[in-house]
Design a protein around this ligand. Structure first.
Ligand code: RIB
Ligand code: CA
Length: 316
């Protein structure tokens, strides 16, 4: 099977780190490069975190391109209460030994989509959508060339940063509005789906059985994440949001989706950042956006743990 070739635009972030591991450890994915965006922490911190995760995965060959530090309109809002001051608290972060690339993350997205054959590269975004929106505005032709855009963000139900808004959309609602308004195939993997991706003691035990430095790194990340989510959002087991996007690309049967139009509120005093999803069926003819609804949790965690196992074996 030909691997799905992806760009990962992210803000590591504990769950972004697991998305990177899953992308690198699955034979069904070819990770062309990482662009980073200010979100969970500042651009500088999330960029360094991406590099550290690549060191842990033994894959510093994967290029990292720093992108936008600030949202299009709003002020920067980071999430230390969830991810800590470093953005990846709870583990020792190895020093990067490969410098980040000097090309801007937005230009990496544009250049890759414009140079690779049309329809062969999928854009995966697991942070605020600032880079993706800027890329669309700078080079609108990427819209017809991207194979698909898979976004961790939003919700058709409750938000997590406000009653209305999920964090990635909250940080840059204008960018999200631009992204979901384009004529490309999008899949919104929102909280409705990712709140099913809880990591429990069972997964931690399976990771412990792998017994590698990477598996222990994963355990350390999840233990910190567990305390953050318990203290701040009342979860006993934390939802590991971002790798759900990659799992969908590895095996679309792991994540059920429905066709539904998605728009983003950018004005409401109480609803700013809400993804307004019209779940009435049937969806309008020509609707190119899909929304994730149901996760096969066991198979999802099987994919993640297999990826960690594969990466660990390759480092022996
Ligand atoms: O709301 C969860 C999302 O916001 C995840 O992508 C997490 O990493 C943060 O970016
Ligand atoms: Ca993220």
């Amino acid at each position: 099977m030909t691997p799905k070739r992806i760009i990962l635009d992210c803000d590591p972030g504990h769950d972004d780190a697991v998305a990177i591991m899953l992308a690198l450890g699955s034979p069904a994915i070819e990770l062309l490069g990482i662009s980073t965006v200010g979100g969970n922490q500042t651009l500088e911190k999330v960029t360094r975190n991406a590099q550290s995760v690549l060191v842990m995965c033994g894959r510093e060959d994967v290029p990292v391109y720093p992108g936008a530090s600030h949202p299009l309109v709003h002020q920067v809002e980071v999430a230390p209460q969830i991810h800590g001051e470093s953005g990846l608290d709870g583990v020792e972060l190895p020093e990067p030994t490969v410098p980040v690339r000097d090309k801007h993350g937005v230009d990496f997205i544009i250049d890759t989509l414009m140079s690779e054959p049309a329809g062969t590269v999928t854009l995966v975004a697991t942070g605020p959508l600032t880079n993706v929106a800027l890329a669309v505005r700078k080079e609108p032709r990427i819209v017809e060339r991207a194979q698909q855009v898979v976004v961790m963000g939003g919700a058709y139900g409750q938000g997590n940063w406000t009653a209305s808004a999920e964090f990635n959309i909250w940080v840059d609602p204008e960018a999200a509005k631009i992204v979901f308004a384009q004529e490309w195939d999008t899949v919104m993997v929102g909280l409705d789906l990712t709140h099913q991706a809880l990591v429990t003691a069972a997964e931690e035990e399976k990771a412990r059985e792998i017994g590698s430095p990477l598996a222990n790194f994963f355990i350390g990340l999840m233990n910190y994440f567990r305390k953050s989510y318990a203290d701040n959002q009342g979860f006993t087991d934390p939802p590991v949001h971002d790798p759900c996007t990659v799992a969908y690309l590895i095996d679309p049967t792991v994540v059920e989706t429905v066709a539904a139009p998605v728009d983003v509120e950018t004005q409401g005093a109480l609803t700013m950042g809400r993804t307004v999803v019209d779940m009435r069926q049937p969806a309008p003819a020509g609707c190119r956006s899909r929304v994730a609804t149901k996760l096969d949790r066991e198979r999802f965690w099987g994919l993640v743990l297999d990826a960690i196992r594969t990466l660990s074996e390759a480092q022996k």
